[in-house]
Design a protein around this ligand. Structure first.
Ligand SMILES: [Zn+2]
Length: 272
């Protein structure tokens, strides 16, 4: 069954009022459709009371986006326009501090165990080439990652055909990578104009038809700030959710998807 996973990186720590507007709106938009919030530790510190308003809403799943948005891996973005943009990844020790601190904040503030993480900026191949990072994440209890968010040019789009996979070959058969597909909203809307709400909405409907016809998983990434920028009532997401219902595409949180896949895998391994 074609499935749409929607994850918001909640990361606007410099403007807490933007996160607050987002939280207020998203609670209404997702009244009947589950989603996941990948929280930046700094945002939890500034907006814990507002996050608590949706923490017990069963449509919302809380996971993390590191403490301060440091990159897990170095990326060299080649936009094929003659320039290469390099952003450096941090050390294993810093990764450990960033992730451990955020999991602790989620535990303290909301009483939830964090098992999922979106890697800041996204990377080509996710963490397939970095078993050392997977080892750190595994030790900290992370069981699903959303880190494959770039193509071989460290840019986008990421093909829908790159479907979720387990890090078996790297020695972590219980960590599931759930790539981020297509263009991130910030790139698409940045290239085509943030005012072009209809154009972006039509693009998402094209994506929806693509995955529906092929029975694929679509992992869609947005952000607290980008989902309301020039679209303060989140009409783009409202239209997408309505269209998913019309086409019979299942909408699921990342946590529920992970649990379902884990159960399926366990059943296959025990031959049931
Ligand atoms: Zn981010």
């Amino acid at each position: 069954m074609a499935t749409l996973l929607i994850g918001y990186d909640v990361e606007c720590e410099s403007k807490p009022e933007i996160t607050r507007h987002f939280l207020h709106t998203v609670a209404e938009v997702h009244a009947k459709h589950p989603c996941t919030l990948f929280l930046l530790g700094l945002v939890i510190e500034k907006n814990a009371d507002y996050l608590k308003k949706v923490a017990n809403n069963r449509m919302f799943d809380f996971q993390q986006h590191t403490y301060s948005h440091k990159l897990l891996k170095t990326i060299c973005i080649d936009r094929r326009n003659g320039t290469i943009e390099v952003h450096k990844g941090v050390s294993l020790q810093e990764i450990e501090e960033e992730v451990a601190k955020t999991s602790e904040l989620i535990r303290q503030e909301f009483g939830k165990e964090c098992i999922g993480l979106t890697g800041p900026w996204g990377y080509y191949r996710g963490l397939a080439d970095r078993p050392d990072i997977l080892e750190v994440l595994h030790r900290l209890g992370i069981r699903f990652t959303r880190t494959y968010g770039r193509d071989q040019f460290d840019f986008q789009p990421v093909a829908f055909e790159i479907q979720p996979f387990w890090y078996d070959a790297q020695g972590f058969p219980d960590i599931l990578e759930i790539p981020i597909h297509d263009w991130q909203d910030v790139y698409w809307r940045g290239m085509h104009g943030w005012d072009d709400i209809k154009g972006y909405s039509d693009h998402l409907l094209w994506c929806l038809d693509y995955v529906a016809q092929r029975n694929l998983i679509w992992s869609y990434a947005s952000h607290d700030w980008s989902s309301i920028l020039k679209d303060s009532d989140m009409t783009i997401i409202r239209t997408l959710l309505e269209a998913a219902d019309e086409r019979g595409v299942k909408v699921q949180s990342y946590l529920d998807y992970y649990i379902e896949q884990k159960e399926k895998r366990n059943a296959q391994q025990t031959g049931n």
